[in-house]
Ligand binder design. Structure first.
Ligand SMILES: Nc1ncnc2c1ncn2[C@@H]1O[C@H](COP(=O)(O)OP(=O)(O)O)[C@@H](O)[C@H]1O
Ligand SMILES: [Mg+2]
Length: 222
């Protein structure tokens, strides 16, 4: 499903600020695997997720996602690839505070150019998967942190992505909501999604159906 080969990422190349954030990363992830990418702050987790999502291009190395050479996609194709294949869950929920839950989730579908009834169907399904249907008409700013996270999960799922990338998903959640996030992840794993969670939260140590824990340190896999 995902194949990274000899990935290097150097920021600000050939300047005094040159910094190599990823060094010779090779990683293979199969369909339906649940991977924990573990590492301290600054170790390169977000950079690696951004490369998989084709938000960033590696300086060298190859990235194959779902049989596509993602590292070589021109920007327009990269956005299309993301719109169809990737669900991204961030540590800050990045919701539109004055839009309803339903509207926040629909936003992901804009690039797909779907008809309204298809949009409604997909939004309904995503809200159900993320266990937040009962709040569909609430305005985002009136939700609790845990509820906001569930809206963010629904938004990540609404385009039927094959791959779900989570960047420190529990960083802004209390213990109870972190545990309920883990329950949603378990459920998504059972439903066949491929999931990568970048985190340094030890709460994920209790997650049982993890296929691989990948440790990253100073941009290198340990
Ligand atoms: N756009 C950028 N320009 C320069 N340096 C960056 C940029 N993005 C990230 N870095 C650096 O790369 C390193 C890894 O960052 P990041 O992938 O965000 O780590 P993590 O997500 O594990 O905290 C950090 O030292 C960070 O400062
Ligand atoms: Mg990060």
């Amino acid at each position: 499903m995902i194949k990274l080969k000899n990935i290097y990422k150097t920021f600000n190349q050939s300047t005094v600020h040159e910094f190599t954030a990823l060094k010779d990363i090779s990683l293979s992830i199969k369909k339906n695997e649940l991977i924990i990418l573990k590492g301290a702050s600054g170790s390169g987790k977000s950079t690696l997720l951004a490369i998989i999502a084709s938000l960033l291009k590696p300086t060298s190395g190859s990235v194959i996602v779902d049989n596509k050479q993602v590292a070589k996609l021109p920007d327009l194709h990269a956005s299309k690839f993301r719109a169809f294949e990737i669900g991204f869950i961030f540590q800050s929920f990045n919701l539109f505070e004055y839009l309803s839950v339903k509207e926040n989730v629909s936003v992901t579908l804009i690039p797909l150019g779907l008809k309204q009834d298809e949009i409604d169907k997909k939004v309904k399904r995503a809200l159900r998967l993320a266990n937040i249907s009962h709040k569909q008409n609430a305005v985002a700013r009136d939700l609790s942190g845990g509820e906001k996270q569930r809206v963010a999960i629904a938004r990540a799922l609404v385009n039927d992505p094959k791959i779900i990338l989570c960047d420190e998903p529990t960083a802004n959640l209390d213990k109870k909501n972190s545990l309920s996030f883990i329950e949603v992840i378990k459920d998504l794993k059972e439903k066949g999604f491929t999931i990568i969670i970048a985190t340094h939260d030890s709460i994920f140590d209790s997650l049982q159906n993890v296929d691989k824990v990948v440790k990253i340190q100073n941009g290198e896999i340990k």
